[in-house]
Design a protein around this ligand. Structure first.
Ligand code: EPU
Length: 330
């Protein structure tokens, strides 16, 4: 049985938990992973199952967080974390050891191995900003490859693992480029407001991570209380021309420059279209953040898909903008 943070369970032809590299290499060498659709999951925080998975689910549970190098002159650290580590366990471990740089990504559900795939990001930081390299195992041959940050071709919620290398590699560990001196990144407005409210001007790493954690849970449902997959949609990127047209019609539209294009707030679009807090069957649009679809109890993957389709076509009709799902639908 496969569990997801959305709160549904699913079945697959085969479910294998892997905690040791030798175990994974054995599976590759003895052909277990041949001729079978393969789904690699961490903690199931970004997956919605609509059906039985006709293939093999590989659940990575390898552990370990290791300081690989510490260059005191340049203040630079390399820390390698196993793919199966929970992301927030990794963040807290780094803060506790005085390895700085991960704080803004505190409290994100999911695993270390999933972070590079969709380049997770929040509160002014993306995983790509701190990833040094990724060690991945080639599924067809068992060879290990180390991809540099550049080779990962990171983009907004995107990487080579969702494109050219999709389905070809299993991420085994991620090495992060961190610092031994703390320098807070407090540009994100909701974050600087929350710090100001507490009268904090220069936060410690612990204060920063704790503030981010409370800002996060003031807007998003806690997975242990309400089933969700975090942001269900990506913030859509549109041309400057389309943005200007929308701005004329909707002067309060929320958008951020992204190169020579604009990233629109999908939450704002869905909110403005009147979906916030609405329910459909056993699922709904989270009342505090319209980008999040929630399981109200007993919701199936198909129900959530129906709600997401209804929202997507409404946003297309009202704003001429195509929403893309961040969540992976099986
Ligand atoms: N907004 C609304 N109504 C809403 C939601 C948002 O008007 O219902 C507007 C508000 O103006 C708000 C702005 O949109 O100030 C931005 O909202 P928020 O700070 O919540 O950020 P977001 O763009 O909606 C993204 C990430 C989140 C991440 C936050 C914080 C994506 C798809 N989502 O959301 O990531 O936590 O920024 O940095 O990029 C996730 O990926 O699962 C996730 C939660």
């Amino acid at each position: 049985m496969i569990h997801t943070t959305f709160g549904t369970t699913a079945t697959a032809d085969r479910y294998i938990e892997v905690s040791q590299k030798e175990q994974l290499l054995d599976l590759i060498c003895n052909g277990t992973l041949d001729n079978t659709p393969l789904l690699i999951i961490g903690s199931g925080s970004n997956i919605i199952f609509t059906r039985h998975f006709n293939g093999t689910v590989l659940h990575l549970t390898n552990k370990g967080i290791t300081l690989r190098s510490n260059d005191s002159e340049s203040d630079s650290l390399l820390v390698e974390a196993a793919a199966g580590e929970e992301w927030d366990t990794f963040v807290q471990h780094c803060i506790n050891h005085g390895w700085y740089g991960t704080e803004n990504l505190a409290a994100i559900p999911g695993t270390v191995g999933a972070a590079p795939v969709q380049n997770v990001g929040a509160y002014g930081l993306e995983a790509k900003d701190i990833i040094h390299s990724v060690k991945a195992i080639h599924i067809a041959t068992g060879f290990q490859r180390t991809l540099s940050n550049h080779e990962c071709q990171f983009g907004y919620r995107d990487s080579i693992f969702k494109n050219a290398l999709k389905g070809q590699y299993i991420i085994w560990s991620v090495t992060f480029h961190l610092r031994s001196t703390f320098s807070p990144n407090t540009q994100y407005k909701a974050l600087s407001d929350a710090l100001a409210q507490q009268g904090i001007t220069t936060p410690t790493a612990r204060q920063l991570a704790d503030t981010i954690t409370s800002v996060r849970w003031s807007k998003l449902p806690r997975p242990e209380e309400t089933g969700s997959a975090g942001s269900f949609f990506k913030n859509p990127i549109v041309s400057a021309e389309q943005y200007q047209q929308l701005l004329t019609q909707y002067p309060d539209i929320v958008a951020y420059p992204s190169g020579d294009q604009y990233k629109l707030s999908a939450g704002w679009l869905i909110d403005r279209a009147g979906w916030k807090g609405r329910t459909m069957g056993h699922c709904g649009v989270y009342p505090k953040q319209a980008l999040v679809l929630t399981n109200l109890g007993g919701c199936t993957g198909n129900e959530i898909l129906a709600l997401s389709d209804a929202i997507t076509s409404d946003i297309q009709n009202k704003f001429g903008v195509t929403l893309q799902k961040e969540a992976i639908i099986i």
